[in-house]
Ligand binder design. Structure first.
Ligand SMILES: Nc1ncnc2c1ncn2[C@@H]1O[C@H](COP(=O)(O)OP(=O)(O)OP(=O)(O)O)[C@@H](O)[C@H]1O
Length: 208
C-alpha cells in the first residue's frame, strides 16, 4: 500500500506578466521520500517550491496540506511542520548559527526534532556554531539553513538548491542529513541541478 500524501499540489500554474514561470503542474508528496525537482534554468523549480510553501499564490490550481501538517495555510505552518531552505538562505542575522537552529527547534515536532549538536557536527558547522551568519561564508550559511530546516523535526522539508554553494564533500554532508530526514519519515522536496543530489533522490520530478 502506498503512503498517504502529506501535500497535494493540484494543477498549479504561475505567470509573471508575460513570463510563464510555471506550466500547470500536479504532484503528490509522500512521507519518507526524497524527491528532486529538476529542469532547465527558468523552468519554474523555485516558483513551484514557493507555491508549495505558500509564499507565492498560483494563478490556477491549489496546494492542499494533509496530516500531520497543521490545519492552516501553508505559509503559516510552523517549523515543526514545514522546514524551509530558501534560495536566499535568510538566516536571522542577530542570532548565532547555533541559535538559528535552536530558534527553529524551540517547538519540536512529532519526531522530537534533531540533536542540535549532532546536526551541527553532521553539517561541519560545530567549530563555528557561535558565530553570527555575517561572520561565515555563503556555503556555511547555506548549511546552517539546512540545519535550521531540520532542527524541529519537520514533516515536510522544502529546499531550493541546497548544495549550490557547497564543495563536493560538504554537498555530500548536506545530502546525508536530508536523506536521513527522509529515511526518518519526513518528506523532503529539493530543487537541484546537482547530479549527486539527483542520484541520492528516490524520485525525480522534471519540469520543462
Ligand atoms: N518575481 C518574478 N517576477 C518576474 N519573473 C519572475 C519572478 N520570479 C521568477 N520569474 C521568472 O519565472 C521563470 C521561472 O523562474 P524560477 O526561478 O522558478 O526558475 P528555476 O527553474 O528555479 O530556475 P533556476 O534553475 O535558474 O534557479 C523565469 O523565467 C524567471 O525569470
Amino acid at each position: 500500500m502506498s503512503a498517504r500524501p502529506i501535500l497535494t499540489v493540484s494543477g498549479v500554474r504561475k505567470d509573471y506578466g508575460s513570463t510563464a514561470a510555471l506550466a500547470p503542474t500536479s504532484l503528490e508528496l509522500v512521507p519518507g521520500e526524497l524527491a528532486v525537482l529538476t529542469g532547465p534554468s527558468g523552468s519554474g523549480k523555485s516558483t513551484l517550491l514557493m507555491i508549495a510553501g505558500g509564499w507565492e499564490t498560483p494563478d490556477e490550481g491549489e496546494v492542499i496540506p494533509h496530516p500531520p501538517l497543521a490545519d492552516v495555510a501553508m505559509a503559516e505552518q510552523p517549523w515543526e511542520h514545514v522546514g524551509v531552505v530558501p534560495q536566499s538562505i535568510s538566516l536571522l542575522e542577530e542570532l548565532s548559527i547555533a541559535d538559528n537552529l535552536a530558534f527553529a527547534a524551540r517547538r519540536r515536532g512529532s519526531t522530537g526534532g534533531a540533536d542540535l549538536a549532532a546536526l551541527l557536527a553532521a553539517l561541519d558547522l560545530d567549530v563555528l556554531a557561535g558565530r553570527l551568519p555575517g561572520e561565515t561564508s555563503r556555503g556555511e550559511q547555506q548549511r546552517a539553513a539546512v540545519g535550521r530546516a531540520l532542527a524541529a523535526g519537520a514533516s515536510l522539508v522544502l529546499a531550493d538548491e541546497p548544495t549550490s554553494h557547497q564543495d563536493r564533500r560538504r554537498g555530500e554532508l548536506v545530502l546525508d542529513v536530508l536523506r536521513a530526514a527522509a529515511d526518518g519519515g519526513a518528506c523532503v522536496l529539493i530543487a537541484s541541478h546537482d547530479p549527486v543530489a539527483i542520484g541520492r533522490a528516490d524520485r525525480e520530478i522534471s519540469l520543462g
